[in-house]
Structure formats: structure tokens, C-alpha cells
Write a protein that binds this ligand. Structure first.
Ligand code: SF4
Length: 434
């Protein structure tokens, strides 16, 4: 335990009753994760086996890349595939052969399932196994589902990483594994802080290149950087690795607690922890304070979307002075989120799943100052006079650790500041006509 272990409130949310809803949902599908995963894994290719809708989603989410060779694509299932009139496996084999002959730089190929491939029960696990035998050892072929049938958009990353875990080599080494696809610059900051603490046998999942893939075994300890990695967590435990339980590294307090848990695991002395973290902690607090002035005393309502909702509610209430009205999350992994729930003061409704009409009614009745929600709900709510923040920005923007803590707070303060400025403009007296 470090001197900076955060003090929990008198009553946290770990044991509060959860409002569980199972109705209509408004979320993106798991294909969205390809946008940040393909940037992270520099020799991987993501081949979505899906429809034109899937191709459009990817293209519009990623922007059209004209000059670069993209590292994702869609093998389009045509009507004859969907009607079972063609052998989709044969067509897939042809597509993969064509792709790999053109792109010798590809070392990992992910066959990504979609709603259409799942509806016609195309067995991509069998296809991956077959293709792996053909292209090994140069290319490893894996599969996972990014379909929207039962997922929310961050589950795509979880499914991808969980698919990699059984293939990782075994080790007896005592190593720390950081799990979650962070932007390189943010990952480097974490590695530098850990090196400062003397924790230097650190590997990352996913690795930037296939040849750097980590090994895993009974002496591996792992820390998650994202709360939506439940299946990956289970897969790593299945390989004998042990989880380091901690709040997530959002904000100064979350980052300090996350680093503190690792420091404790590796026996780092408190003085060393203090000397390594004091300056970045101070910078983070200052950066958050600059944004928190606009957030203090404001009420926030989370619709379920990114699965980051619980740690973010902890950050906004404890470090930015906000009050949480409802913290909705698509799935609540109590084991993973328990340290954040402990630090979240009892009071907000904690809801899991969604019945969007009922939740909209609750939101309209509460009239929060800020609503964090998906793109589909943001515009209608703005039209009703509510301020919104798109949840998807939270995974596209670097928000982890000390140096990004001010930017994280800024993501929430900006919509409120913009509104204040617009109201100011509306209140300006009209200029007299010349
Ligand atoms: S996977 Fe499903 S939800 Fe996602 S774009 Fe394709 S059809 Fe739509």
C-alpha cells in the first residue's frame, strides 16, 4: 500500500443493487474496434467477413484511406452466399490467398465475424484453423466476432485479445503484462513510469508487431488498462496468470492507485514511488483543476456505451466535483470494476444493459447538465436542450495516465463551455443596423 492509496467514501457502490434492463439498445457493433486495433498492431490485417453495411461502417468510421495500403477490409458476403448457394469457405480461401500474395508484410490475419456471417453460421474458427495450417509460420490466422448481435463496440477489442491469448507462447518468467490497446505514446509513458519504479520486465498485449508477442504463464501478473476486457481477463487467468486488482488509470487518483497496486506487487519502496510519481501527479492535478472549474457541481448521466462508464464516473465525481445521476453500462463486470465501485460514492443509479425508451424517460426527468451517450442519441438530446458527450470519443482519444488527465477532464468540460459561450452570444443585444 502506498501513501497515495485513495480513501474510499463511507459507502461505495460495490454492493448497491443494480438496475438490470434488457430492452432495445442503441450501440455500435464490435467492428468499430478495428479502427484502433489496426493502428496498434502494425503487421496485422483485419478481414471482416460481412455485408456492404459492415464495409460502409468501417470506411466511414476510419475515413477513406486513399494513399495508404489499409490494414483492414471486408470480404463481402453476396446474396448467393447468404442464401447458401455458394461455398463461402472456398470464396474466403480465395480472398485470403489473393490478399496474402499481394501483402507479404501481413504477419497476423484476423477473420472478423459479423451479423451476416453469424446468421448463416459461417464457421470462421474452422476457417482460421485451416488457413493457419496453410500460411504458418509466416502468418498466423485467428478469428473473433465483431457482430452487433450481442455486443457493444468495445467488445470487439476484448474478443480480439481473448482470441490471441491461447496462442501466446508459455513462460515461467515473472513478468508484468499490460493488457489493452493504448496509443503508442501513452503506452510509452506507462512503460517509462514503470521503469522508474524498477518494474522493467513488462510486456504488452497486444504487441505492436507479431514478433514481440508476449509469453504467459503461472508467474505472469497482469494489469488491465481498459475495463471492457472481461473475456481477455478470463483467458489469461485460464493460462495461469494472476490479475492485479486496481482502479483504472484515469485521472490522477486512478493512475496513482493503478501504479500503486503494481508497485505493491513488485515490492517498490514508498520513497521511490513518491519520487517517481510526485511531479507527474502534480502536473495532472493542475491540468484537471483547469477543467474542473466548469464541471464542479454539475450533474452527469451516463447511457451505456463504452463500458468505461464506472471508472469515468469515479473520476468525474471524485476529481472534478461532478454529481453522477445514473451510471449506465452495457455490461458490469463486478470483479474488474469493484475497486472503482468502492470509490464511487453511493447515490447514482447503477444500471446494466438498456431499455432505451425507459432510460430516455429517466434522463429527461433528471435534466442532467451533461449526458454521455452514443452518437445515435446525442443529436436528439441536444435538440431537446441537453448537453451531450459522445462516448466513442473516449476510446479514440488518448485519456489514460497522468499526462492525459487534463485532456480527459477537457472532453467533458468542452460541451459545457461551448454551451455557455453560445448562451452568452444569444444574450448579446442585437447590433443596431447601420
Ligand atoms: S456487424 Fe452487424 S451491426 Fe456491425 S456493421 Fe455489420 S451488419 Fe451492422
Amino acid at each position: 500500500m502506498t501513501n497515495h492509496t485513495p480513501l474510499p467514501p463511507a459507502r461505495g457502490c460495490r454492493d448497491v443493487p443494480i438496475l438490470k434492463e434488457r430492452g432495445q439498445r442503441e450501440v455500435f457493433c464490435g467492428l468499430t474496434g478495428i479502427i484502433w486495433l489496426h493502428r496498434k498492431m502494425q503487421d496485422a490485417f483485419f478481414l471482416v467477413v460481412g455485408s456492404r453495411t459492415c464495409a460502409h461502417l468501417l470506411q466511414s468510421a476510419a475515413g477513406v484511406m486513399i494513399f495508404a495500403e489499409p490494414r483492414f477490409g471486408t470480404a463481402i458476403l453476396e446474396e448467393k452466399d447468404l442464401a447458401g448457394m455458394a461455398d463461402a469457405h472456398e470464396e474466403l480461401d480465395r480472398e485470403v490467398a489473393h490478399l496474402l500474395s499481394r501483402r507479404p508484410d501481413i504477419r497476423q490475419l484476423f477473420l472478423v465475424g459479423s451479423c451476416p456471417s453469424e446468421v448463416i453460421k459461417l464457421d470462421l474458427a474452422r476457417a482460421a484453423e485451416r488457413l493457419s495450417k496453410v500460411y504458418a509460420p509466416h502468418v498466423r490466422v485467428l478469428n473473433y466476432s465483431g457482430s452487433g448481435i450481442e455486443t457493444t463496440f468495445t467488445q470487439g477489442e476484448d474478443a480480439c485479445l481473448a482470441a490471441m491469448v491461447p496462442e501466446l507462447p508459455a513462460t515461467e518468467a515473472r513478468e508484468l503484462l499490460l493488457v489493452g490497446a493504448l496509443p503508442d505514446v501513452v503506452e510509452d509513458q506507462a512503460l517509462s513510469l514503470l521503469a522508474g519504479l524498477g518494474v522493467d520486465r513488462v510486456r504488452c498485449l497486444p504487441a505492436r508487431r507479431a514478433e514481440d508477442a508476449p509469453a504467459v504463464g503461472p508467474n505472469t501478473v497482469f494489469a488491465l488498462t481498459q475495463p471492457f476486457l472481461g473475456d481477455t481477463h478470463a483467458a489469461l487467468e485460464h493460462r495461469g496468470a494472476r490479475y492485479i486488482d486496481a482502479p483504472f488509470p484515469f485521472g490522477e487518483e486512478g493512475t496513482t492507485a493503478w501504479l500503486g497496486a503494481i508497485a505493491q506487487e513488485f515490492g517498490v519502496r514508498p520513497e521511490r514511488f513518491e519520487s517517481v510519481t510526485a511531479a507527474p501527479r502534480a502536473r495532472a492535478r493542475k491540468a484537471i483543476a483547469a477543467q474542473a472549474a466548469d464541471l464542479n457541481g454539475k450533474r452527469v448521466f451516463f447511457f451505456p456505451d463504452s463500458q468505461l462508464e464506472v471508472p469515468l464516473a469515479r473520476f468525474l465525481t471524485r476529481e472534478c466535483g461532478m454529481e453522477a445521476v445514473e451510471v449506465g453500462t452495457p455490461y458490469l463486470h463486478r470483479g474488474i470494476c469493484a475497486p472503482d465501485l468502492d470509490l464511487l460514492t453511493e447515490g447514482p443509479v447503477i444500471s446494466e444493459g438498456q431499455d432505451v425508451d425507459l432510460q430516455l424517460d429517466r434522463c429527461r426527468a433528471a435534466r442532467p447538465d451533461l449526458t454521455v451517450c452514443g452518437l445515435g442519441l446525442a443529436n436528439p438530446l441536444e435538440a431537446e436542450g441537453l448537453r451531450t458527450k459522445w462516448a466513442i470519443e473516449l476510446v479514440f482519444t488518448p485519456v489514460h495516465f497522468y499526462e492525459q488527465a487534463g485532456d480527459l477532464a477537457g472532453l467533458f468540460s468542452r460541451p459545457l463551455r461551448r454551451r455557455a459561450k453560445l448562451s452568452g452570444l444569444e444574450q448579446l443585444p442585437e447590433r443596431a443596423a447601420p
